[in-house]
Ligand binder design. Structure first.
Ligand code: SF4
Length: 464
């Protein structure tokens, strides 16, 4: 008797190119998209991923040269200057498309969307679904390019967008990027139900914190996420809108997910994508790090997101150092008590010195500690930002200046819309922090340059 081969539904995951004034790959990996990919693969889907941000695409290397990469998996990717789409560029910077060559992008998509032995063509293609991951709201031109390229290859395949931009501006994403469906927030349970409604198999349980392991995104670094969300509610931050508050993860599962990636790709470098990595650390973070130490995995951990210093004492600082943490970033934001009172109370000023002392005595050097100051907030004055830079530098750490970007669905959004020099509600390109959207007579583009120069001057340059 002849057995009929089971044909799996095929989903194509797409990481779009980025359009911006600057882009540095600081462990930016499509974690959320590849987590959904793993979830669908476990539910029986054939999964294919096209990553426009890969720095290793051969044709693009031939055309643009090899982007500079670093040993820890960070670095540059391909860049090509393009026109700023809204007339005269309001800042003295070049707008660019970051990502693999458009012809390569189209070719890779055509390969994933097209027929295969397992899956003969439906009309023009064989994929059942395309999922596009999205990031910053002002990166939507990359999402639109990805959707248009997909449509030019297979006009009939349903295209779904998820991720940050899709969650914060779902209507804009539908209307301007032309997707068929938007996943706002996590995929469970709404997206599973939607899959069922269009006749595709629906996973029966929420996704775990595991990613599609056989993907080239992981060849130089991995991502771990222990917990989701944050218990704080800073009025400028979208964490709550994106994750709906803090939910604890499972240290054993996070550790085994990291080992799975390390064993497959031989990597040692991992970045945490947590918003509140150290919250309830006694039962979560400490357990994870102790597993790493006991297993002697020799991992190196990086923190592209800041951590809360209020949770760092001598014991935890030693644990972090022994566990392979390479640097600590901290959102210092401002030296002004009023700032913290009105925007979010994530630490008390008295906690900072003690935490820094603990980190130093554990072995972290000045150069491995970075305090970020937030600049360009609504109504902010240059003096306040300068005080913040000097206050942060007084702890003998590196000082970074984070330019404020107005984010929809945050508590501060309406104020930003009312006070910005740009029509933020109409055009997400104006959310870009390179434009300093909340600049005013009290804090200008020149003030930003001055603040950055000061932060650079005051930051330690050599190892302790
Ligand atoms: S503490 Fe950090 S992650 Fe949490 S709400 Fe504030 S800015 Fe966002």
């Amino acid at each position: 008797m002849c057995k009929r081969k089971r044909i799996r539904p095929r989903v194509v995951l797409v990481t779009p190119p980025v359009y911006d004034f600057a882009f540095f790959d600081l462990f930016s990996r499509p974690y959320g998209l590849l987590r959904v990919g793993r979830w669908l693969a476990d539910a029986g889907y054939e999964v294919c991923h096209v990553n426009a941000l890969s720095p290793y695409d051969r044709r693009s290397v031939r055309l643009y040269g090899s982007p500079k990469r670093y040993r820890n998996g960070t670095g540059k990717t391909f860049r090509r200057s393009v026109e700023w789409p809204l007339g005269t560029v309001p800042v003295r910077r070049r707008y660019a498309r970051y990502g693999i060559d458009p012809a390569s992008f189209a070719e890779l998509l055509a390969r994933c969307l097209g027929p295969s032995e397992e899956k003969p063509a439906r009309s023009r293609g064989a994929a059942d679904l395309v999922l596009v991951g999205t990031g910053m709201t002002y990166w939507y031109p990359g999402v639109r390019e990805a959707v248009r390229t997909v449509r030019s290859i297979d006009p009939a395949v349903p295209v779904v967008a998820g991720g940050v931009y899709a969650t914060l501006l779902p209507e804009h994403c539908r209307r301007v990027c032309g997707v068929d469906h938007v996943v706002a927030g996590d995929v469970w349970p709404g997206f599973a139900e939607w899959l069922g409604s269009i006749g595709l198999p629906a996973p029966t349980a929420p996704p775990e914190e595991r990613v599609l392991v056989r993907d080239s995104s992981w060849i130089d670094a991995g991502i771990v996420r222990l917990n989701r969300g944050c218990p704080f509610r800073c009025d400028y931050c979208a964490s709550d809108a994106l994750s709906g508050g803090f939910s604890a993860g499972a240290p054993d599962a996070a550790f085994s997910a990291a080992c799975e990636l390390a064993d497959r790709h031989g990597i040692r470098d991992f970045a945490f994508y947590d918003d509140a990595l150290l919250h309830r650390a006694e039962t979560l973070f400490d357990d994870f790090v102790l597993r790493v130490i006991r297993a002697d995995r020799n991992f190196r951990f990086h923190l592209p997101n800041a951590v809360h210093l209020c949770h760092i004492d001598r014991t935890r600082a030693r644990l972090m150092h022994e566990g392979g943490f390479q640097e600590i970033r901290f959102g210092f934001e401002s030296d002004d008590e009023m700032f913290h009172r009105s925007h979010g109370r994530k630490f008390a000023s008295g906690q900072v010195g003690e935490a820094v002392e603990s980190l130093r005595s554990a072995g972290f050097t000045s150069r491995s500690l970075t305090f970020y100051v937030l600049a360009g907030m609504p109504g902010q004055h240059l003096d306040e930002v300068i005080d913040a830079v000097m206050g942060a530098a007084s702890f003998g750490v590196r000082v970074g200046v984070a330019a404020f970007s107005p984010v929809p669905l945050t508590a501060l959004w309406e104020k930003c819309v009312a006070e910005s020099i740009y029509p933020l509600a109409e055009e997400p390109l104006y959310h870009n922090n390179s434009l300093l959207p909340m600049r005013s007579g009290a804090f200008s583009l020149e003030a930003m340059t001055e603040v950055r120069r000061l932060a650079h001057e005051l930051s330690p340059r050599d190892a302790d």
